[in-house]
Design a protein around this ligand. Structure first.
Ligand SMILES: [Zn+2]
Length: 175
């Protein structure tokens, strides 16, 4: 009888372990760019990767924003109030997108830039949600980054309204 009880306890403990483990492993894998074989800050070769494949590689919030054009909540992004000197790369593929010198303090709640790397982004008209906007996408991996508006500061008059999740900052001191 005692033996039977200990077997049951053992099975129960094992079941608990199994429930907890996958969550830990997934979150570690997804936040680590090393597990993304397409990520490179030097290779600018155009990528053609399916969303099924990206879903296996990217963290859930990055997948939702970059591949399904979701938007992070205003004032929650890590780069919204952030003014270090360096460069911003695509969090999906490593493509260069912005230099910190084009970032400005905007009250909109998302990191904002007045100029993008011309080799880094392209544009698409976006008429979803009853609005007429210009979507900004990564030239290398076609990921959604945010939108661009014409109410920005000089010299361009543009405001690139980006999702922090889609960006990865590398400071000049880290290079
Ligand atoms: Zn990209």
């Amino acid at each position: 009888m005692k033996f039977l009880v200990s077997i049951i306890i053992l099975i129960f403990l094992q079941a608990c372990k199994q429930k907890q483990q996958p969550i830990k492993i997934t979150s570690m894998e997804n936040t680590d760019a090393k597990n993304n074989p397409y990520y490179s800050r030097t290779d600018t070769t155009k990528l053609n990767v399916s969303n099924d494949e990206w879903k296996k590689i990217l963290a859930p919030d990055l997948y939702a924003i970059s591949r399904e054009a979701a938007t992070e909540r205003a004032f929650t992004g890590k780069y919204n109030e952030f003014d270090e000197v360096g460069d911003y790369y695509c969090a999906v593929c490593g493509n260069h997108l912005f230099r910190s010198t084009s970032k400005f303090a905007s009250s909109c709640g998302w990191p904002s830039f007045f100029e993008a790397d011309k080799e880094g982004v392209y544009y698409k008209r976006d008429q979803t949600y009853g609005m007429d906007r210009v979507e900004v996408l990564c030239k290398r991996c076609d990921s959604h980054l945010g939108h661009v508006f014409d109410d920005g500061p000089k010299p361009t008059g543009l405001r690139y309204c980006m999702n922090s999740v889609s960006l990865e900052f590398v400071g000049d001191s880290q290079k």
